[in-house]
Design a protein around this ligand. Structure first.
Ligand code: GLU
Length: 476
């Protein structure tokens, strides 16, 4: 763990922080200690070093794949490319994946991968070389496969890396009929599913929207019901933060600040997210956006006046040294582990509602699950039923028109007749998952009389995992 991280999280490693949250929840349950220990432990940690020739010189690359839980298979979780990657971080992120999948009823064990590189300073050729070599190391040790362990994008990776992983897998395992399902987050042309890219951001939006519909919760923090007019700060404009910002903006919420590595921008009347993105593309930075004030120190953006704060970048950004200065009434953890346990306690005392990562950012893995199912079934969503439902709707409409002796306008007809496309099915599956997940946690919070949503979410996850261990007959 780096010195800075240690001063932020105190004596604890990142993994200890998650264990602390787990232990808090376990106190509400009477589960055998050994079983709890088994659930918490990382089942397999694969740490590798491999050589890659960069600029004519051999460079040793450090990389990881951690499988936290095998209670369901395959294991599932993204691969992170960052110079800060370390074993503790990958283990923690893998553990979070286990709990996340359990909460949203996605039948996978948790995993995570990481390569310690800074992709922003590397050529595409070198990133490709490293990705392909990493994949063959995973294949060698049986750490990847449609029924074994299925990677996905995470911080620093995207569709491009996923298609290299798939291609490497297929070239080493030719003829494997389900090879497409060895990785998710692929481009549509390579077996990806429509709606995967924006899934985590959209899931964050659905989760926060559902909370904002709850009168009781809104009353507790002195806010009106609904999202319209709510002031939002988003930290991190990567794949998650960018899409979340767009969905919030479209829904009538006001994005008052956006924060990136180089600094933040603020306008209390609201920022037009698409204009900020254009400015970012033109200038390479969000700073100096004409309709906003610059905030040089990006960390200060977290402390601005707002209703909802969405940390959507990396872990431990809200810690014991800044938690007291947070003014938001709601914090939505779009990133994994953005709040340290010390900060969690401080924020809870301040009455801030925290919507935890293990629920809120589960949209990504939920749609990865849909992609995996699509790959295993070898058929696009909607292919079998779209035309059929359109024909049925047309017949039904004809009957209604005959009975009522009125004609429906062509515009109205278009809306009524339309059969579901892949994107419609993926989005409605995601929306349903996020809404039902929210209510499961909320109901459980009430019935167990638990103070905060995070602990309730952990209780839900632990109960689910224990159930599947029992079904396996491992702990009779
Ligand atoms: N990296 C994402 C996460 O942290 C997605 C994982 C996946 O789709 O498997 O949830």
């Amino acid at each position: 763990m780096s010195k800075k991280n240690q001063s932020i999280t105190g004596a604890y490693s990142f993994f200890n922080c998650i264990e602390k949250n787990f232990d808090k929840a376990a106190r509400f349950l009477s589960i055998e200690k050994g079983l709890l220990e088994q659930i918490k432990a990382c089942n397999a940690v694969y740490r590798m070093h491999f050589p890659v020739k960069i600029g004519g010189k051999i460079k040793v690359i450090e990389a990881y794949r951690v499988q936290h839980s095998h209670h369901k298979l395959p294991c599932k979780g993204g691969i992170r490319y960052s110079i800060k990657v370390n074993q503790d971080e990958v283990m923690t992120l893998a553990a979070l994946m286990t709990y996340k999948c359990a909460i949203v009823d996605v039948p996978f064990g948790g995993a995570k991968g990481g390569i310690k590189i800074d992709p922003q300073t590397m050529s595409t050729e070198n990133i490709e070389k490293i990705t392909r070599r990493y994949t063959s190391e995973l294949i060698k040790k049986n750490f990847i496969g449609p029924g074994i362990d299925v990677p996905a994008p995470d911080y620093g990776t995207g569709e491009r890396e996923m298609s290299w992983i798939f291609d490497t897998f297929l070239s080493i395992r030719p003829g494997e009929v389900d090879a497409l399902a060895c990785v998710t987050g692929k481009p549509i042309s390579q077996g990806g599913v429509r709606g995967r890219k924006e899934a985590t951001g959209l899931g964050v939006f659905y989760g926060i929207r559902e909370l904002c519909y709850m009168k009781e919760e809104m009353l507790s923090v002195g806010l009106d019901v609904g999202l319209v007019g709510k002031k939002i700060i988003i930290q991190g404009l990567g794949n998650v933060g960018y899409h979340a910002a767009n969905f919030f903006h479209e829904s009538g919420a006001i994005i008052v600040a956006l924060a990136e590595r180089e600094g933040a921008i603020y306008n209390k009347k609201g920022l037009d997210v698409s204009k900020v993105i254009l400015h970012l593309k033109d200038t390479g930075s969000i700073l100096n956006f004409p309709e906003a004030k610059n905030i040089e120190n990006t960390e200060n953006a977290l402390e601005l006046e707002c209703d909802i704060l969405i940390p959507a970048a990396l872990e431990n950004v809200i810690h014991k040294n800044n938690a007291n200065r947070i003014k938001a009434k709601i914090i939505g953890e779009a990133a994994n582990g953005p709040i340290t346990p010390d900060a969690d306690d401080i924020l809870e005392k301040k009455g801030i509602i925290i919507v935890p990562d293990i629920y809120l950012n589960a949209g990504g893995v939920t749609v990865s699950y849909f992609e995996w199912l699509k790959n295993l079934s070898h058929v696009r969503y909607g292919r079998m039923e779209k035309r059929f439902s359109e024909n049925m709707n047309a017949e039904l409409l004809q009957v209604i028109e005959n009975v009522c002796k009125t004609k429906i306008s062509t515009e109205e007809k278009k809306i009524i007749l339309r059969g579901a496309r892949e994107i419609d099915l993926v989005r409605s599956g995601l929306e349903d998952t996020m809404i039902s997940g929210f209510h499961k946690i909320r109901d459980l919070k009430k019935s167990y009389r638990i103070e905060n949503i995070r602990t309730a979410a952990f209780v839900l996850a632990i109960n689910k995992i224990v159930d599947s261990y029992e079904r396996l007959g491992i702990f009779p």
